[in-house]
Design a protein around this ligand. Structure first.
Ligand SMILES: Cc1ncc(COP(=O)(O)O)c(C=O)c1O
Length: 384
């Protein structure tokens, strides 16, 4: 049997791999020692991972106090907590604006609320991968209470201009949820801009953590109602969920290894430098787009992405089949299909879906060259 070529992992926008060795070591250290968390245990001597990680997040995203950073299972969990909590806080029907760039982790909670008759929903279009802040502004109504918008597209790799939107919405008392699942770790994020809203992140993508950890920063926790109750290790006589932060939104035993991985991931970004990481990832992305741009039969959906994400199709072959061949014959791992963003695909490829290659700091130029050659060979085969 032929030897399999070496694995080339280009699915980092789904979950980054490999993780830095420091992350694996911190997870192991966290699991080896008993857990200490202020307020829950009396022990000392090991890292209070939740406190240390909240402090690291506050520094990374320029926001505070650290207790306003809430841990959740992932970005989807955070978005559900925020969207449903905001709806509970505002029981009369209201209007929500979102965009065609959104992931199903935004669209589905909003659609569920729409079907229940609790909100009216407007979904605004994008052009060249971006939503014009003026389009958001023009779609607002007197009864608009919430805008939910992705910071970075997981298909087109475009980064949205959220600052002017945040400023305008804050001035008009409209809550703003930013889905930063694709940007946190890739581009600098300054949550001081988000004075009336929340910024959602996930740990397992560009922050180099393990799956099962994410969260959000919220400026005014009182804007979002409590939707989960349980043990917090505090105020245990009270039958009600504590209203203070972060217990307001965090209940049950935390994912300590996940939180430890996030801490180590942030430290890795800090010690390597976000600029250095970004520079390398974008050089690899540009190398890939350059190699594919002039290849017959290949359609690139954004030739100049802001994030290390390249979406494309190969003429004459379905994206699923092409992805299967890339994986089986070349050991090149991409992601194919709709990428949980069906409205993006309706606009760019008639709803068929595409192949997505997404790069990490740990990919190499050789891997990118080999992956591009593999794609070109599949394209040549499909063209025959
Ligand atoms: C833009 C966007 N939002 C949300 C999510 C959901 O992230 P998670 O897997 O952490 O729930 C993703 C993940 O692919 C994403 O790309």
């Amino acid at each position: 049997m032929d030897k399999q070529p070496p694995l080339i992992y280009l699915n980092n926008a789904a979950t980054s791999w490999p993780k830095p060795p420091e992350v694996l070591a911190e997870v192991a250290a966290c699991l080896r020692a008993p857990v200490y968390e202020a307020g829950r245990t009396t022990g000392t001597g090991t890292t209070d991972y939740p406190a240390a990680t909240r402090a690291a997040l506050a520094e990374l995203f320029h926001a505070g106090p650290p207790e306003h950073f809430v841990f959740s299972a992932n970005a989807t969990d955070a978005l559900n907590l925020l969207i449903h909590g905001f709806a509970k806080q505002n029981p009369s029907p209201f209007h929500v604006v979102t965009t065609e760039l959104e992931h199903n982790s935004v669209l589905r909670p909003l659609k569920a609320l729409e079907q229940e008759g609790r909100i009216a929903l407007s979904i605004v279009p994008f052009r060249d991968g971006r939503v014009d802040p003026a389009v958001i502004r023009n779609s607002l109504r007197p009864e608009t209470r919430l805008v939910v918008m992705s910071h970075g597209s997981n298909v087109l790799g475009s980064v949205q201009e959220v600052k002017p939107v945040a400023e305008y919405l804050a001035a008009n008392d409209i809550f703003f949820i930013i889905d930063g699942a694709q940007t946190a770790g890739h581009v600098p994020v300054d949550c001081t801009d988000i004075t009336a809203g929340a910024f959602v992140f996930t740990g397992h993508k560009a922050l180099f953590g393990i799956p099962g950890i994410g969260g959000f920063f919220i400026s005014d926790p009182g804007a979002v109602a409590i939707t989960r109750q349980g043990g917090t290790g505090t105020d245990s006589r009270s039958p009600a969920q504590p209203a203070d932060m972060p217990a307001r939104f965090e209940t049950g035993t935390p994912n300590y290894p996940g939180i430890a991985s996030l801490l180590a991931g942030i430290r890795f970004i800090r010690s390597t430098g976000m600029d250095a990481i970004r520079c390398r990832e974008m050089a690899l992305t540009q190398q890939f787009t350059r190699l594919l741009k002039r290849t017959r039969g290949i359609t690139l959906y954004n030739e100049a992405p802001d994030l290390p994400v390249v979406a494309f199709n190969i003429g004459g072959i379905g994206n699923d089949e092409a992805g299967f061949i890339l994986a089986k014959a070349y050991n090149v791992i991409t992601r194919t299909g709709l990428h949980c963003a069906p409205l993006v695909h309706e606009r760019i490829d008639g709803g068929k879906g595409c192949i997505r290659a997404s790069f990490s700091f740990f990919n190499t130029e050789e891997e990118v060259g080999a992956a591009a050659t593999a794609v070109r060979e599949v394209a040549a085969g499909a063209d025959r």
